[in-house]
Structure formats: structure tokens, C-alpha cells
Ligand binder design. Structure first.
Ligand code: M6R
Length: 610
């Protein structure tokens, strides 16, 4: 997730672009850059780090010109560095991009064979070279962008400027957001409305498969095939603060609703639906490593540890490898038996958690292969690891992790399916079935978020004064029960406990009375019938049962006070769906209580102390 802006008008473009990028910095902040056309040539300035570094660089080398593009980056391909920062230049064009080009590797090979000098590790530079290639064949900028995009698979929002066309910006979109802003004698584009709001309230939301040519006076939209488009102009009345959160009250709520997109991006280019397999690309593990793996350790803290617990179910059942889950802080408190033959997977949203970093270092010293699953490219844990698998959730601002959790689950499931297939544990048919189920997942998550929001909000309102809440789950949904309890504790300060459903009768059942809401996860899977027994035990003690169940499960409806339904899904996929109402529940309880949802007391987003 990156932020892009573009301007063509009468003013100096650089300050407007930097201001727009500042409003998009929540989308990424590891490097930034501008390309400005001064009427004769394009000048580019890029800098690593937060936007102030770019501001310093532009202060030292001003960029005159009233047409330009700007980018703030959240690395997906290639580490944060000046050479990987956008804009990328090839020949006479400069390009900025938000998204992921899935077929960048074969395109890179073809371009390099044809003599293109590609200097960065990014997928974006490939697009710049494709446009340059088309321009050399004699087309104008619009035709060249069309010709280039016809070769590209994946997600993109791009803005392009060409040295030979000082008065036109060409932009295009597929699966990544792009908004056009309409001014008087000036026009704008941006990844999101906040970038445009100080300058205009009149916007056009570009649709997938559309391009636009922006000049000072005109905005012309067409399809990739060249058909003209009449777009609707909307007037926005958001305040700048609302706009930054895309209209949501808190970043956490926005991030909860971003999960379908985060899953799509994390799976993008890694699911090979044609062959019913996981591609080895960017998994941090290659086919040659597979035979050497005898055992798996999953190491993490907090929410990432809950993802690791779900990961153990995936690894054990899909790969047949003995798998342990470790709290990173505890691993170093022991003398763990780790060595060559062990694959240690360190899972961390930030990639900087000190406990996880130190545990991963210890494992490496003992001779294990370390694979990092992280969301922040170039962070400490992937830097020290032997391999890296990036979730592509985009920056997570809310301290309570939501979208990074489900992205971690997706990463772990992909890895387990990849290994399971190569170890012969999974048949081609079962592998293809799992790949298809993963491809459907984001749609199901969207349905759950939209379909359950109001009901969960009502439940939260009703139970806002509960002093204790229990969450019960079994099998793959046990870690989800723990995660539901952690979310509630973190942001609402309500005492909550997650338990394995079957463990309740060994003690925690004493806590249950009519003042205690009991959230029971009973989706249709191999644990459902046993979990129903536990639900009945809680009901018999007077607990107020909120069930998270598969739709049309009549028995659950009869026995529960309230039921939140999820669609039918294979067992492996249920955690992605059951966790969503739990996140929403925690959010709304906290919001009704009026706590600081995005920055709860005593917590930090990244914990760099042991
Ligand atoms: O960045 P990490 O995933 O390594 O962070 C681990 C924990 O600190 C983190 O998950 C924490 O528990 C969150 N506040 C959970 O919402």
C-alpha cells in the first residue's frame, strides 16, 4: 500500500505534491519521491525515510514546474532505498505506482534480454520500461500507457509523465484506488480523497480498467480498450480528519474493513489458480529447502503468537511436520532444543519486536533456518532472517492489530499448503481445492464484515457494562478465542479470557453466571459437535451465549441468546471469518466506553524492550 499524487495546473507543483503526500503518509512512509516537469525536462528527487527527508532534499534542490507526480512508499518489492523509491524513470517517462505487478519477473527477463537497463528491484520500474518501449515504437503517452498495461497482470494505480508531453498526465487504475480531483485551471489525482481535499471537493472515483488524461483544463476518461467514459462527479463534505480515516471514526475500524483487501494483496501473485498450486515466488522458501526441513517452530508475541497457534494446525495437518509454537519471550528463557533441520518461522507485524528478534537470532545461532513473516519491509527480523515472506496489509496504525493478523494467517496457510504439496502430504486435488478456497476468502470476509456489523454493534451496546467476558473455541478456533479476548482487553480494558472450549469444565466454568457474556465459536468443522456440548454447559450455568456459527445452524440458534453467522467455508478458512465479529465486538465495546481506541493506555505499537 503506497500513496500517489499528481498535479497539473498553474502553481508550483512540488509544495502541492508534498502536502498531498503528507495526507497520504498513513499509506506508507519508508521512502518518497517527486518528478516535476518544468516544461522542458523532468526532474526527479527521491529520499529514504519519512516525508521530511524528501522535503529536505527538495529544499536543497528545488523542483520548478507546474506538472508533477509524487509517491510515498510502503515497500512490497525491493527494500526501502533511494534506488527503489518512486518515481521510476525509463527513457523519457517517469512513473509512480501503488499496487503489485504479478508478472513482473517474466516481463523483467524479456525487457533485459531486449537491452533495457533495469536498476531497481521494484515491479514498478518494469512498467516504466514497458511504457518507454511503447513510446519508442512511435505512440503518444496515452497510447503507450495502454500498450504497456495490456501486458501487465496485477493491481495498479499509476500516474505517468513524459518529457515530450509537458502538459499532460496519464493515470490508470486496476484494483488499487485512484481518485481524480477537479479544480479551476488545475486538476489532481491521488490514492485517496484526503490528498485532494484542501484543493477541491469535486472528485471522480476512477473505476478498474479506466485511464484518464489530465490537463490544466480537461479530464478525459476512457477504458483500457479506448472507449470514452462519462464519469460521475461527486462532491465531498468530509473534514480532513475524517478523510484521513476514509470516513471511519478510528483507524482500527478502517483497518478491520481493509482486511479483504489486505488478504487479496497478500495472496496476489502467490496463488497459481491455473495449476492449482502455490507459486514459490516471494515465500522466503524455495523447493530446494523443502527436503531439509524436519521440524517447524513458530515464534511470535501477542496477536502474532495467536496467528502462530493457528499456523501450528495448518503445519501439522497439511505438511505432517512436527510443529511447536513458542512465545518469543519464553523461548530465550529456556535452553530450547533447536538446530539444523529446524525451520524457525518468526512472525511479527512490525518486524521489530525485540523478543521475537532475539529468539530468531538464538535459533539462527543454533543452526536453524529462519524465515520471517513480517509486514514492514526491511525491518530488523526479515533483515536477519534467511528468508522473508511479507504480508502486504499496508501500514497498520491502530495499536490493536487486526488486518495484519488475518494477513499472517494467510501467509501461514500459503506456506503450509506449499510445503504440504511438495512433501507429498497434499494431493494435487486437495491443493487445488485449498487454493480455490483461499481465492474466495476475501469475498466471504467482505460479506461477513458488511453482514454482521450492525448486529455486533447492537450486541456490544447491550453488553458494554459486562465486567468479564469469556471466549471459547476449539481446534483452529481456539487461537481465535484468545485473539477475541486480547482485542477486548487491549482497547476496552474489560477483563476477558480466551479458553479452549474443552478446558472450561476443568476450572473456568466456575466464572460463569448470568452477568458473563460467553462468546462461543462453533463454525461447522470437525470440532463443532464437541463445541456444542461446551456451549450447552455454559448455557446451563446461566451464561449469556453469543455464538459465532455457520449460517443456518438451527441447533445453535435454539441454544444461544444471539448468533452471529458466517458463511460456510472449509475448516482451514473459518478463522479468517470468525475473527471478524470478535474484532468488531471489541471495537464497539471500546467505542461505547469512550476509550482511546487507536492508542490504548499502556500499549505501544512496536515493543522494542524485552
Ligand atoms: O509487531 P509484532 O507482531 O511483533 O507485535 C507483537 C505484539 O506486540 C502485538 O501483536 C500486540 O500484542 C498487539 N498490540 C496486538 O493487538
Amino acid at each position: 500500500m503506497c500513496g500517489i499524487v499528481g498535479y497539473v495546473g498553474k502553481e508550483d507543483s512540488a509544495p502541492i505534491l508534498i502536502d498531498g503526500l503528507r495526507r497520504l503518509e498513513y499509506r506508507g512512509y519508508d521512502s518518497a519521491g517527486l518528478a516535476v516537469h518544468d516544461g522542458e525536462r523532468i526532474q526527479v528527487v527521491r529520499a529514504v525515510g519519512k516525508l521530511r527527508e524528501l522535503e529536505k532534499a527538495v529544499g536543497a534542490a528545488p523542483l520548478p514546474g507546474s506538472l508533477g507526480i509524487g509517491h510515498t512508499r510502503w515497500a512490497t518489492h525491493g527494500r526501502p532505498s533511494e534506488i527503489n523509491a518512486h518515481p521510476h524513470v525509463a527513457g523519457k517517462v517517469a512513473v509512480i505506482h501503488n499496487g503489485i505487478i504479478e508478472n513482473h519477473m517474466p516481463l523483467r527477463e524479456r525487457l533485459e534480454k531486449g537491452g533495457s537497463e533495469i536498476v531497481s528491484d521494484t515491479d514498478t520500474e518494469i512498467v516504466a520500461h514497458l511504457i518507454d518501449e511503447q513510446l519508442r515504437k512511435g505512440g503518444d503517452l496515452l497510447a503507450s500507457v495502454r500498450g504497456a498495461l495490456a501486458q501487465v497482470e496485477g493491481a495498479y494505480a499509476i500516474a505517468v509523465t513524459s518529457q515530450d508531453e509537458p502538459d499532460r498526465l496519464v493515470v490508470a487504475k486496476s484494483a488499487s484506488p485512484l481518485v481524480l480531483g477537479l479544480g479551476e485551471g488545475e486538476n489532481f489525482c491521488g490514492s485517496d480523497i484526503p490528498a485532494l481535499l484542501p484543493y477541491t471537493k469535486r472528485v471522480i472515483v476512477l473505476e478498474d480498467g479506466q485511464l484518464a488524461v489530465l490537463t490544466r483544463e480537461t479530464v478525459e476518461i476512457s477504458t483500457l480498450e479506448g472507449a470514452p467514459v462519462e464519469a460521475e462527479v461527486r462532491t465531498i463534505d468530509w473534514s480532513p480528519m475524517m478523510a484521513e480515516k476514509a470516513g471511519y471514526k478510528h483507524f482500527m475500524l478502517k483497518e478491520i474493513f481493509e482486511q479483504p483487501r489486505a488478504i487479496e494483496d497478500t495472496l496476489r501473485g502467490r496463488l497459481d489458480r491455473e495449476h492449482g498450486d502455490i507459486t514459490g515466488a516471494e515465500l522466503g522458501l524455495a523447493d530446494e529447502h523443502v527436503p531439509g526441513i524436519e521440524r517447524v517452530y513458530l515464534v511470535a508475541c501477542g496477536t502474532s503468537h495467536h496467528a502462530a497457534m493457528a499456523g501450528r494446525y495448518y503445519f501439522e495437518s497439511l505438511t505432517g511436520l512436527p510443529t511447536s509454537v513458542e512465545l518469543a519471550s519464553e523461548l530465550r528463557a529456556r535452553d530450547p532444543v533447536i538446530g539444523p533441520g529446524d525451520l524457525v518461522i518468526a512472525i511479527s507485524q512490525s518486524g521489530e519486536t525485540l523478543d521475537t528478534l532475539m529468539a530468531a537470532k538464538l535459533a539462527k545461532e543454533k543452526g536453524a533456518r529462519v524465515l520471517a513473516i513480517a509486514n514492514v519491509m526491511g525491518s530488523a527480523i526479515p533483515r536477519m532472517a534467511d528468508g522473508e515472506l511479507y504480508t502486504r496489509a499496508g501500514p497498520e496504525i491502530g495499536v490493536a492489530s487486526t488486518k495484519c493478523f488475518t494477513a499472517q494467517l494467510a501467509a501461514l496457510l500459503m506456506l503450509a499448503v506449499y510445503l504440504g504439496r511438495r512433501r507429498g502430504r497434499l494431493s494435487p486435488e486437495r491443493t487445488a481445492e485449498l487454493v480455490e478456497a483461499m481465492a474466495r476468502l476475501s469475498h466471504q470476509m467482505r460479506d461477513v464484515l458488511q453482514g454482521t456489523r450492525q448486529l455486533v454493534m447492537n450486541l456490544a451496546r447491550r453488553h458494554v457494562d459486562a465486567r468479564d467476558v469469556l471466549f471459547l473455541g476449539r481446534g483452529l478456533n481456539f487461537p481465535i478465542a484468545l485473539e477475541g479476548a486480547l482485542k477486548l482487553k487491549e482497547i476496552s480494558y474489560v477483563h476477558a479470557e480466551g479458553y479452549a472450549s474443552g478446558e472450561m469444565k476443568h476450572g473456568p466454568i466456575a466464572l460463569i453466571d448470568s452477568a458473563v457474556p460467553v462468546v462461543v465459536l462453533v463454525p461447522q468443522d470437525e470440532c463443532r459437535d464437541k463445541s456444542m456440548g461446551n456451549l450447552q454447559e455454559a448455557k446451563a450455568r446461566g451464561g449469556r451465549i453469543i455464538a459465532i456459527a455457520t449460517e443456518s445452524d438451527d441447533e445453535v440458534h435454539q441454544l444461544s441468546d444471539d448468533v452471529v453467522e458466517i458463511p460456510a467455508a472449509g475448516s482451514e478458512l473459518t478463522p479468517f471469518l470468525t475473527v471478524l465479529p470478535l474484532q468488531l465486538y471489541a471495537y464497539y465495546v471500546a467505542d461505547f466506553k469512550g476509550t482511546d481506541v487507536d492508542q490504548p493506555r499502556n500499549l505501544a505499537k512496536t515493543v522494542t524492550v524485552e
